[in-house]
Design a protein. Structure first.
Lengths: 149, 474
C-alpha cells in the first residue's frame, strides 16, 4: 500500500513503529479496561467496551490505538496511569481530534510524575482515521508526523 | 425542533464490574474543545516569573512536577494563563481500589512532603459504610477486598486538607458542609454533579476535572484558564424549552437534556415559576436532581435556567450562541424518556429489597420531607415498619442537623426502617457481588443512569416502601 503521512500535535512525543489498532468510535478510556480494573487481570488488556465494535475483545496491551478522541468516566486518567503501571498500557495513542481532557490529565501525570510515557499525538485530522486500518504498519516520529503503510 | 432521540451509546459492563464503572462523566469528550491550530507550533500559555520559578524548582521538586503537569494540561487546551483559585476545592478521589495505586502514590508523596491544599477542602463520600447499613459477612468481604487502599486515600486527604470525614459528601455545597464559593470564583472541582451544581447554581467557574487534576491544582493554588472557566466556554449552544403541563419530573427532564446536548451548555426556559426567582434551601434539591441527571446521562458541566441561575439572571438569552439549536420537552417527550428506563433487574418480577434516596446526597429539607411523609403514611395505615428499608444518603453533618432539630422525627424514622448513611449511593448500589442480589428502587435519575436500580417518582416510591410491591403499571 502507498505510504501516507499525517501531521499531528506531539503532546507526548516519541518514535515508535508497529501495527495500528483502529477505533472509529471514540475510545472509552475507563470502559475499555474493566477486566484489569476490577478482575485482577495483569497479563492482557482485553477491551471490555461492548459498544466499541472495532476494539471489543481485542488486546490493548502494547497497542498503537488510533481513534477520534476519548470519552468515559473522569476516572479515565487514573485508568491510563494504572494500566501503564500494570504493564498492559498502550504504546501510543493517536487521536484524529483533540485529546480529551480526562485522558490528557492521566497521560501527563504518568509521564511527568512517574516517568512512564505513552506516546500521544492528537489533531491528526479525520483523514488519518479514514486512511488507517487495523493491522496497517505505522511509524510515529518525534515531530508528531505519523506514517501509515 | 421536534424532540429527538439520544445520541448516547451505552456501554455494557461485564458482570465482574458490577455497575461501578459508570460513576461519572460518561460521554465526556473534547469535540470542538479547540480550534485546529498549527500542530507544529504548540501552544504555550504565558506564565508569571513566580510561576516559571516554581516550574524551575524554587519551591522544591514536587511543586515543580505539579506545575509542569498543570501547565502541560492547560497548554493542551489552549489555556491563556493560570488563574489563582479561591473558595475551596472539591475532590472526587474518594475510593481506594487497586488500580488507583499510581494516583495514590503521587498524593502520598505530596502528603509526606508536607504539602497542603491552598484551603481546607471537601471530599466525595466514601464508597462504603461499615456501620449504618447492616452489612452481612459477604458485604464486609466485598468491601475489604475491593477497597484495600481506602485507608491510604483517607489518610492522604487528612494530611492535604480534608481531615473531617463527617463532611464528606458529593453535595458539598449544602449549608452544613459549607463548600459554596462566591459567584465568579475560580476553583478546580471534580465530581460531575458538584461541578454541574457549582457552575450552574452557585456561579463558580470550574472545569470538569479528571480525578487527580483537581488535587494538583489545589496544591498549586492555580488552574489553567480554559473551557467552562471562560465567558466564551459558558455560552449556550442549546435552547431547551420545558413545556410540561405540570411540575416536571426533574430527573427525567435532566436525563432528556443530558442525552440531547451531551457535553454542551443548555439554556433552559419554563422552570422559573418553580423557584420564585430564587434558589433556596427549600428548592435547591430540584436543581440538584435535574443537574445531576444532565451530568450522568450526558456530560453537562454547566446549564443556565432563565430567571433562576446567576449567569442567566445577569445575561438572559444573550448567553445563547448564534445558530443555537432548540429542544422542546413537553409531556410526551418526558413520557418517552421515562419509558427508556426499562426494568433491568435480573429477576424482572421480583419484589423490591432496597430503596435508595439521596444521589446526590440529601439536603436537610429532603430528609425532613421523607421523614414526615413516611412516618405519617405509616401511622395512617396503622403500620409500624416499612416493608422495604429506605437508605437516606447524606453527610453526617446533615444527619446531625436533623437530629438536633427534629429528634422525635428521627426516632420515628429509625423505628420505621429508615437508615442514614454517609456513603456514595452509586458505589454501594453498584458494588460487585452486591448489585446482583439487590432489587433497588430510587428517585434519583443519576443512580438509575449508572446502575440497574429502578426509577420511580416520589409518590410511587412511597407506596412501594409501604407495601413492598411495585404498583401495577408503574
Amino acid at each position: 500500500m502507498a505510504k501516507k503521512t499525517f501531521q499531528g500535535r506531539a503532546l507526548l512525543p516519541g518514535k515508535i513503529e508497529g501495527k495500528a489498532l483502529v477505533s472509529h468510535a471514540a475510545f472509552n478510556t475507563s470502559g475499555s479496561y474493566l477486566t484489569n480494573m476490577f478482575a485482577g487481570e495483569t497479563e492482557k488488556a482485553i477491551c471490555t467496551d461492548a459498544a466499541n465494535k472495532d476494539l471489543y475483545g481485542k488486546d490493548l496491551k502494547g497497542a498503537i490505538i488510533c481513534t477520534t478522541t476519548g470519552v468515559g468516566s473522569t476516572l479515565g486518567g487514573c485508568v491510563l496511569m494504572g494500566m501503564n503501571e500494570l504493564g498492559v498500557g498502550a504504546k501510543a495513542l493517536l487521536y484524529a481530534w483533540s485529546v480529551d481532557s480526562v485522558a490528557a490529565a492521566g497521560l501527563f501525570m504518568s509521564d511527568i510524575w512517574n516517568g512512564k510515557r505513552i506516546i500521544t499525538i492528537d489533531m491528526l485530522g479525520d483523514e488519518f482515521l479514514e486512511a488507517v486500518n487495523t493491522g496497517d504498519p505505522i511509524a510515529i516520529h518525534e515531530d508528531g508526523t505519523v506514517e501509515v503503510g | 425542533m421536534k424532540s429527538g432521540t439520544s445520541i448516547k451509546q451505552t456501554t455494557k459492563s461485564p458482570d465482574y464490574a458490577g455497575t461501578m464503572l459508570h460513576s461519572d462523566m460518561d460521554e465526556q469528550s473534547s469535540r470542538g474543545a479547540a480550534a485546529k491550530p498549527d500542530p507544529k507550533k504548540p501552544h504555550q500559555m504565558s506564565l508569571t516569573k513566580e510561576e516559571q520559578d516554581i516550574m524551575n524548582g524554587s519551591k522544591g521538586e514536587l511543586m515543580a512536577k505539579i506545575m509542569k503537569i498543570v501547565v502541560a494540561h492547560g497548554n493542551a487546551f489552549f489555556a491563556e494563563k493560570l488563574v489563582d483559585l479561591g473558595g475551596a476545592m472539591h475532590t472526587s478521589m474518594y475510593f481506594g481500589t487497586s488500580y488507583m495505586a499510581p494516583l495514590i502514590k503521587i498524593f502520598n508523596e505530596c502528603a509526606e512532603a508536607g504539602l497542603k491544599a491552598y484551603a481546607p477542602y471537601t471530599v466525595n463520600p466514601r464508597p462504603y459504610d461499615v456501620y449504618n447499613v447492616n452489612n452481612n459477612a459477604k458485604d464486609i468481604e466485598l468491601i475489604y477486598d475491593g477497597y484495600k487502599l481506602q485507608r491510604e486515600v483517607d489518610y492522604i486527604h487528612s494530611r492535604l486538607g480534608a481531615p473531617d470525614q463527617n463532611r464528606q459528601s458529593c453535595a458539598c455545597y449544602v449549608d452544613e458542609v459549607g463548600n459554596a464559593p462566591a459567584p465568579g470564583t475560580y476553583v478546580a472541582w471534580a465530581e460531575s454533579s458538584a461541578v454541574n451544581y457549582g457552575n450552574s447554581v452557585l456561579g463558580i467557574r470550574t472545569n470538569r476535572n479528571a480525578t487527580g487534576m483537581e488535587l494538583l491544582c489545589a496544591l498549586l493554588g492555580k488552574a489553567p484558564l480554559f473551557g467552562l472557566m471562560t465567558d466564551e466556554g459558558r455560552m449556550a449552544k442549546w435552547l431547551v424549552e420545558v413545556k410540561t403541563t405540570k411540575e416536571p419530573d426533574w430527573g427525567l427532564v435532566g436525563t432528556a437534556i443530558g442525552r440531547k446536548v451531551v457535553e454542551d451548555v443548555p439554556y433552559i426556559t419554563g422552570l422559573d415559576k418553580y423557584f420564585g426567582g430564587k434558589v433556596t434551601n427549600e428548592n435547591m434539591h430540584l436543581l440538584k436532581a435535574m443537574g445531576s441527571a444532565t451530568a450522568s446521562s450526558g456530560a453537562v458541566g454547566l446549564y443556565h435556567v432563565e430567571g433562576v441561575t446567576p449567569d442567566a439572571k445577569e445575561k438572559g438569552k444573550q448567553l445563547l450562541v448564534e445558530g443555537y439549536q432548540t429542544y422542546v420537552i413537553d409531556d410526551a417527550e418526558q413520557e418517552r424518556v421515562r419509558r427508556t428506563f426499562e426494568n433491568q433487574w435480573i429477576e424482572k418480577d421480583a419484589n423490591p429489597t432496597h430503596c435508595f434516596i439521596g444521589c446526590p446526597h440529601n439536603t436537610y429539607k429532603e430528609l425532613v420531607t421523607w421523614g414526615k411523609n413516611v412516618t405519617e403514611a405509616l401511622e395512617k395505615r396503622g403500620q409500624k415498619k416499612l416493608e422495604v428499608p429506605m437508605y437516606l444518603f447524606c453527610a453526617n453533618v446533615v444527619r446531625d442537623h436533623l437530629v438536633e432539630e427534629e429528634p422525635l422525627l428521627v426516632g420515628a424514622m429509625k423505628r420505621a426502617g429508615m437508615k442514614f448513611t454517609n456513603m456514595c449511593t452509586v458505589s454501594y448500589a453498584g458494588m460487585k457481588g452486591f448489585s446482583e442480589r439487590v432489587n433497588g428502587v430510587t428517585n434519583s435519575a443519576k443512580t438509575r443512569n449508572y446502575s440497574n436500580v429502578r426509577y420511580f417518582p416520589d409518590d410511587v416510591l412511597l407506596e412501594i416502601v409501604l407495601t413492598g410491591k411495585i404498583p401495577k403499571g408503574a
